[in-house]
Write a new protein. Structure first.
Length: 396
């Protein structure tokens, strides 16, 4: 979807629309942590308990989607892109619902169903992407609308096959049961996206909308790597929930190996992107490619470092250590935004901002690894064992 929008937008317009995209990501990220992670932690419970938990999460996602839509409408109007903001607002509840149901399918052990539903969504947007290369060039609003409608089709598939229905009775009590942990897990994803918003704002205010577009465009090129990194909690949390007897050191060993593979893959992808012909770059990112190209090495370094930082956060998530996840994320965003602001103020260039983002990511990756090793050496007990079973409020 982001590539499709970039293809049909000027660099300056995409720099503004990028903010709306990150607002959507903030909403999606919070629900992914607050609603999706508990569903994955419940993977060792009965199917009935998982679907009941998912029913409440589905209802919560729909209502928060409406609230987030109001914010998107306001942001779109303020950024002089009201129709794009409205398009995102209309389909945000659908996107949030799909994310909950994807986690439900994974929690139930029906991973192929989740892949099929996401695959349909991806295939639809791939058609739009190819059509733009062939000079179809729909408007940004239409690209978002196609994205939302295909997401609705994915929702229908997941909901019907997982037999999950919205649940509203005692939903406030349901939320309060795990509210502190939900807020912390939600912050893992949302704070990182808020950091992207703030860095984009810094680029807009200190270097202009074209520089902001270049930075967001370079980050978009690493979208596949970002999805791979984001999949780590989806893979490891239910695995550890079902295999707690394998030991904390084995859990860290698996996360560490995955982080190494993904970080090396990221650096290889960085080299390939730098060597990519300009004609192909123009086809992928449109007018934004020229601004994104000089930022690719630094954004790639930041993405490689994030493989290790997310790995450390995933390890803490498997242990139920939501406080550690929260503070790692918060410290990372604080350092990243501060460094980007200073770089933007001192140089006024997108390259300096990208270097600042890469440096802060490397520092926090090292801190995350050190913290995880300390946690293992101290053999801190998992807090999950002390929590009541998920779904206990609803299932008698």
């Amino acid at each position: 979807m982001v590539f499709a929008v970039a293809q049909v937008s000027t660099a300056s317009v995409f720099g503004i629309v990028a903010l709306l995209i990150t607002v959507v990501a903030v909403c999606t990220g919070f629900n992914r942590g607050a609603l999706g992670t508990p569903i994955l932690l419940a993977s060792n419970l009965t199917a009935r308990q998982i679907t009941v938990e998912s029913g409440y999460a589905l209802s919560w996602s729909l209502w928060t989607g409406v609230a987030g839509g109001v914010v998107l409408i306001g942001c779109g109007a303020a950024l002089h892109q009201p129709m794009v903001g409205l398009a995102y607002a209309v389909f945000l509840p659908i996107v949030l619902a799909q994310d909950v149901l994807r986690h439900t399918a994974i929690g139930l052990g029906r991973v192929r169903l989740a892949v099929a539903a996401d695959g349909l969504w991806t295939a639809t947007m791939l058609v739009v992407f190819i059509a733009n290369i062939s000079e179809f060039h729909e408007s940004p609003e239409l690209a978002v609308a196609i994205w939302g409608v295909s997401g609705l089709a994915s929702v229908v598939i997941l909901q019907s096959r997982c037999a999950v229905a919205p649940r509203h009775n005692r939903i406030i009590q349901w939320w309060k049961t795990y509210m502190p942990a939900r807020l912390r897990f939600g912050s893992v994803y949302s704070i990182s996206q808020i950091g992207v918003v703030l860095v984009t704002v810094v680029a807009l205010t200190t270097a202009g909308s074209v520089a902001a577009a270049g930075l967001r465009g370079a980050q978009t090129l690493f979208g596949p790597i970002g999805m791979l990194i984001a999949a780590m909690p989806i893979v490891f949390v239910p695995y550890v929930a079902r295999n707690r007897d394998s030991g904390i050191r084995n859990h860290w060993r698996l996360v560490r190996a995955t982080s190494f593979i993904t970080s090396v893959s990221t650096m290889v992808a960085t080299a390939c992107l730098i060597a990519m012909p300009s004609q192909l770059g123009d086809a992928v990112l449109g007018a934004t490619w020229t601004q994104a190209l000089p930022l690719i090495p630094w954004v790639g370094l930041a993405a490689a470092a994030m493989c290790w930082l997310i790995g450390a956060m995933t390890f803490f998530s498997t242990q139920g250590a939501s406080r550690a996840v929260f503070w790692l994320n918060l410290l990372h965003i604080g350092l990243q935004v501060t460094a980007a602001f200073l770089a933007g103020e001192l140089s006024g260039g997108a390259v300096a901002i990208a270097i600042a983002v890469a440096t802060s990511s490397c520092v926090m990756a090292a801190a995350g690894i050190a913290w995880a090793r300390h946690h293992i050496q101290s053999r801190a007990p998992s807090v999950i064992a002390s929590l009541p079973p998920l779904g206990g409020v609803q299932v008698q």
